[in-house]
Every structure is written in C-alpha cells, then in structure tokens.
Design a protein. Structure first.
Length: 214
C-alpha cells in the first residue's frame, strides 16, 4: 500500500497514520517528524528548517524532496508506506510522481481529511506527546487512561511542539490553503483522490479510512 494523507494542520494525519501503520504493517513517513529530528540533532538541515517551522512557513521543496527520496529507498519502506505531510506543494507532487516512475512504484490512493479551520486551533493547542515513545495525546480529545502516564510505554514525561501555538497555527493554515490545497485538484484529475470527514471522533475517522482502503 502506498498512500498519501492530505489535510491541514490538526486534521489528524499523524494520529491516523500511526493507527494504519499498526493495522496494515506499513510505515508512516512524516516529513514534519523527520524535520523535527534534524532540528533535535542540530544538523545543517535542522538549522535551516527551525526558523521556518517556528514561523509556520514551509521549508524549501528541494530540502524535503531529498529527505523523502532517501527514505523511500530504505528496506522498511518496501512493504508500503503512508506519506503524512508530503507532498505539500505542486512541485513536491510532481517530484514524487517522477520518483515513483524512476523506482517503478505505484501510488494507490490519496485521502483528503476534510476539517474546519477554526476547530484546528483548539486541536493543535491541546496536543502533546510522550517524550519517551512519541505516542500522541490531547488535553480534551485523547487523554491517557491514567493522568500523566503514557498508555503505551508508561512514560511520565510529555512535550509540546514549539510551533503549536495559536499564532503559528494560523500561519500554517494559511500556508496549507495557499500552497497545499492546489494539489487536491492535481490528484483529483489523476483519479487518485478520495475524501473523508475529519470532524468526527478519532475512531470514526479510522473507520472511514479503513472502508476506503479495504
Ligand atoms: P507537520 O509536522 O507535518 O505538521 P502539520 O501538517 O501542520 O500537521 P500536524 O502534525 O500539526 O497535524 P496532523 O494532521 O498530523 O494532526 P494530529 O494527528 O497530530 O509539519 C510541521 C512543519 O514542518 C510545517 O509547518 C513546515 O514548516 C514543515 N514541513 C513538514 N513537511 C513539509 C513539506 N512537505 N514541505 C515543506 N515544509 C514541510 O492531530 C492533532 C491533535 O488533534 C492531536 O492532539 C490529536 O489527538 C487530535 N485529533 C486528531 N484527530 C482528531 C479528531 N478526529 N477529533 C478530535 N481530536 C483529534
């Protein structure tokens, strides 16, 4: 399975990609996570990306295309993957097509998670993750069973992303509408696009996704 999840910040791409990863045995490829790892490692790429990410702007296409190209070649991606956060511009979508052609890969589906902008600010402001295993939670919508303890690994340290504040979220939403939305019609014309309602509960969104994937 080779799948692209599309949707604005907070739509639930990461949450759902992790669930599909467990259910279908494929790999989640999150460009946001890859960039945050580069920032954490204080690499050259991380240094260039940090300021842009904190401002809610996209990083340059070439930077992200190179990261994806090396990732898709890895052994663990051979069983299939879910692209979460890529492509995000028309040049990235065109580069991905070229990459698939060169590697003899075929895209199965592009799923757009449709949501309302206003609700995304609340979703993102309440998001946090376990510092030990990366499991995702939310102050209101996805609390751990025991407060302060990760359901997945028992960790008690949690962190919030530096770009998860109301002001940056608005810039990220703007970047989505201006630069990412055009690729919805790009994939529609190619016959790959399906849409689901992302404003329902997390379990229901998973159900809709599974119905589409089969
Ligand atoms: P990235 O990390 O990709 O962030 P994003 O696209 O802004 O997406 P998010 O991770 O914020 O949202 P999500 O849809 O995954 O939502 P989640 O499942 O966590 O990118 C960060 C930055 O990196 C960009 O701004 C850019 O600078 C750079 N970048 C990355 N890729 C790039 C690229 N290709 N090109 C250029 N630059 C790039 O859910 C959010 C919260 O809501 C969670 O707490 C969750 O529990 C909750 N939630 C989820 N679903 C539901 C639901 N149905 N109901 C209620 N709550 C829900």
């Amino acid at each position: 399975m080779k799948l692209i999840l599309l949707g604005p910040p907070g739509a639930g791409k990461g949450t759902q990609a992790k669930r599909l990863e467990e259910n279908y045995g494929v790999i989640q490829i999150s460009t946001g996570d890859m960039l945050r790892e580069e920032v954490e490692a204080k690499s050259k790429i991380g240094g260039q990306a940090k300021e842009l990410m904190d401002a809610g702007d996209l990083v340059p296409d070439e930077m992200i295309i190179d990261l994806i190209a090396s990732c898709i070649d890895k052994h663990e991606c051979q069983k299939g993957f879910i692209l979460d956060g890529f492509p995000r511009t028309t040049p990235q979508a065109v580069a991905l097509d070229k990459m698939f052609d060169e590697k003899g890969l075929e895209l199965d589906l592009v799923i757009e998670i449709k949501v309302d902008d206003e609700a995304m600010v609340e979703r993102i402001s309440g998001r946090y993750t376990c510092s030990k295993c990366g499991a995702g939670y939310h102050d209101s919508f996805q609390k751990p069973e025991t407060e302060g303890v990760c359901d997945n690994c028992g960790g008690t340290d949690f962190s919030r992303r530096s770009d998860d504040n109301a002001e940056t979220v608005r810039s990220r939403l703007l970047a989505y509408h201006e630069q990412t939305e055009p690729i919805i019609s790009y994939y529609k014309k190619k016959g790959f696009l399906k849409s689901i309602d992302g404003m329902t509960a997390i379990d229901d969104v998973t159900k809709q996704l599974k119905e589409l994937i089969g």
